[in-house]
Design a protein. Structure first.
Ligand code: FAD
Length: 291
């Protein structure tokens, strides 16, 4: 099923994300985590794509397994910047052959110091989206950044390029993680003003350790609000307490988003079924609310 058809329903949808193992040795562990996450009956599970890495073939394999064997809809991420156009076309053809209907189309991060020959590649996500549209009837998701993309100095440009990307055939957007919902509400206002009308799923990252917070900040450039920093100061050295507080913080963010009329939420569950499960437990009655 196409994810966009789910997102249009008048009900709450929660989705999760898993990432493939870095080495083949980790495959079984990832599959075990994925199976546990699937048992929480999310609207769909997304499977990330290691930008240009040797394990990216596992994305298609895992997404196909989720759909066929676990009976949960899946979306395969696909990045383009560190592959040739021919390589990208092959991946899309393979996804089609496997019956994958949903692709999250991304540029991917450019590895520090990388020099790619310029001619034979897609340089931005919008070009990849045009290519996917040519190759088949996929539902296409793309990324957006409530705090602005780290490489872009001006938020206005970010929204201008986002509009260009969406106009190439994006069905829905998923946001980068953020920890202050007001930033998201403000972003929604600005993109709607710019004429971007597709559904936008807030991406919620449960932060359960100080190390994870540091990594997230480096990756996304996100600003952590004072309220979150106080939690980290107080509980950062007690792993179990920090885990509980991180789950509560993410739950609180989700409840606020739902209370403000957002129906679809994506959780960066990071192959941690116990965290996904704790959040779903906290939302057990809330997700039953229709409309
Ligand atoms: P783009 O939309 O191409 O934008 C990249 C930059 O270029 C932005 O600064 C944008 O403003 C600018 N830009 C866009 N179009 C133009 C133009 N025409 N001219 C000039 N500048 C332009 N990474 C992975 O490696 N694997 C994953 O699985 C993965 N999943 C992700 C899922 C989500 C929901 C999100 C939010 C991010 C994910 N990422 C993933 C990270 C992502 O690949 C990086 O953030 C990457 O730097 C940007 O990708 P993009 O698709 O947003 O790029």
């Amino acid at each position: 099923m196409k994810i966009i058809d789910k997102l249009r329903e008048e009900r709450i949808h929660i989705s999760f994300e898993v990432f493939p193992p870095k080495t083949e040795a980790g495959f079984d562990k990832v599959m075990e985590a994925t199976e546990k996450i699937a048992r929480l009956t999310p609207a769909y599970i997304s499977v990330t794509y290691g930008a240009g890495g040797g394990t990216s073939k596992n994305t298609a394999k895992i997404a196909s397994y989720i759909k066929r064997e676990l009976n949960v809809e899946s979306i395969a991420h696909l990045t383009c910047v560190s592959s040739t156009k021919e390589e990208v076309r092959k991946v899309i053809a393979n996804l089609k052959e496997l019956g994958i209907e949903n692709i999250l189309a991304l540029r991917g991060d450019i590895p520090a110091g990388a020099q790619f020959p310029s001619g034979d590649r897609f340089h931005y996500a919008y070009e990849l989206i045009q290519e996917i549209r040519k190759q088949g009837d996929f539902c296409i998701g793309a990324a957006c950044y409530p705090e602005g993309h780290v490489e872009n100095e001006h938020k206005v440009d970010d929204i201008k390029y986002l509009k260009q990307k969406v106009d190439c055939g994006v069905d829905f957007l998923t946001t980068q993680m953020f920890f202050d919902n007001d930033i998201h509400y403000n972003f929604l206002y600005r993109i709607r003003e710019a004429g971007i009308t597709v559904p936008v799923l807030p991406g919620i990252m449960p932060i359960t350790s100080a190390a994870q917070m540091k990594r997230s900040q480096e990756l996304s450039g996100t600003v952590f609000p004072r309220r979150f920093l106080a939690i980290l100061d107080r509980f950062g050295d007690s792993p179990e307490a920090m885990k509980q507080a991180g789950i509560a913080y993410a739950t609180d963010q989700i409840i606020d988003l739902l209370a403000n009329g957002i129906r679809n939420i994506h959780i960066y569950s990071m192959n941690k079924p116990e965290i996904a499960s704790a959040i779903m437990q906290n939302l057990s009655e809330i997700v039953k609310c229709q409309g």
